[in-house]
Design a protein around this ligand. Structure first.
Ligand SMILES: Nc1ncnc2c1ncn2[C@@H]1O[C@H](COP(=O)(O)OP(=O)(O)OP(=O)(O)O)[C@@H](O)[C@H]1O
Ligand SMILES: [Mg+2]
Length: 239
């Protein structure tokens, strides 16, 4: 579903944020991308979604290169960035209808899905209010609802659990599972190791731009009797 080959990003200040990253994400899996602050998670997700270009390397989504076939690649995923920035003079419902229009979601399907997602996230009552009256968490939930609306093949989220209360975090977790059960793929970055451990089919740990571990949470733990958190802290501690 997603293929990342030898991807490197060097920013204009010569900072190498991602270093020869190879990663393959299969259809139907929930994939957790974890690493400490500054590890290169957001940079990687921005390259996958075509927001920034890699310095070198190739990325394909659903068989389409994000560089040479960007429109087709972009049809196959939706992305929730770490900062929920929405034109905030519009109402929540107008934002969702805008997304549904862009992705050609029929009137009946959008009605049913908007109702379902916004009720689960308890923002249904706020939909007729302008987004500038929403709290940070409400904006984030509105963006997640929008990103789920087109039922994308791949659902990509950067640090989605930051800023969500426990109820909303559980709703998101259930929606991710449901998305995969229906044949979709989920990729998200996180610091919340319990979420990753209990939710993900596979996990990659990135540190200083390099992949340092990849596998199921069980494989990463192997037969060590420690938590993923212990391994994460051990692997990413500064020498
Ligand atoms: N636009 C930029 N210009 C220069 N350096 C950048 C830029 N954006 C990020 N970096 C650097 O690249 C490295 C990776 O940053 P990135 O935002 O990808 O990390 P992250 O894993 O998402 O961290 P966090 O957990 O804090 O969100 C950091 O050292 C950061 O300072
Ligand atoms: Mg980040």
């Amino acid at each position: 579903m997603l293929n990342i080959k030898q991807v490197t990003k060097v920013y204009s200040n010569q900072k190498k944020a991602v270093d020869a990253l190879d990663l393959e994400i299969k259809q139907g899996e929930i994939f957790g991308f974890i690493g400490p602050n500054g590890a290169g998670k957001t940079t990687t997700l921005k390259m996958i979604t075509g927001i920034i270009a890699p310095t070198s390397g190739e990325i394909t989504i659903d068989g389409h290169s994000i560089r040479t076939d960007a429109v087709a690649a972009k049809r196959s995923f939706t992305f929730v960035p770490d900062h929920p920035e929405i034109y905030d003079a519009i109402k929540g419902i107008d934002y969702l209808n805008f997304i549904a229009d862009m992705y050609d979601v029929s009137k009946e399907v959008r009605k049913e899905r908007i109702e379902k997602f916004t009720k689960q996230f308890q923002i249904d009552d706020a939909l007729t209010q302008p987004v500038n009256s929403y709290s940070h968490g409400m904006r984030q939930k509105l963006m997640i609802c929008g990103a789920l609306l087109p039922k994308p093949k791949m659902f990509i989220l950067d640090e989605p659990h930051v800023g969500l209360d426990p109820h909303s975090a559980k709703v998101l977790k259930d929606l991710m599972k449901e998305h995969c059960e229906e044949g979709g793929t989920v990729l998200f970055s996180s610091h919340v190791l319990e979420v990753v451990e209990n939710l993900c089919d596979r996990v990659a740990i990135i540190h200083k731009g390099k992949l340092i571990a990849l596998g199921t949470p069980e494989e990463i733990k192997q037969d060590r009797t420690v938590t993923l958190e212990d391994i994460f802290l051990e692997m990413t501690k500064d020498e």
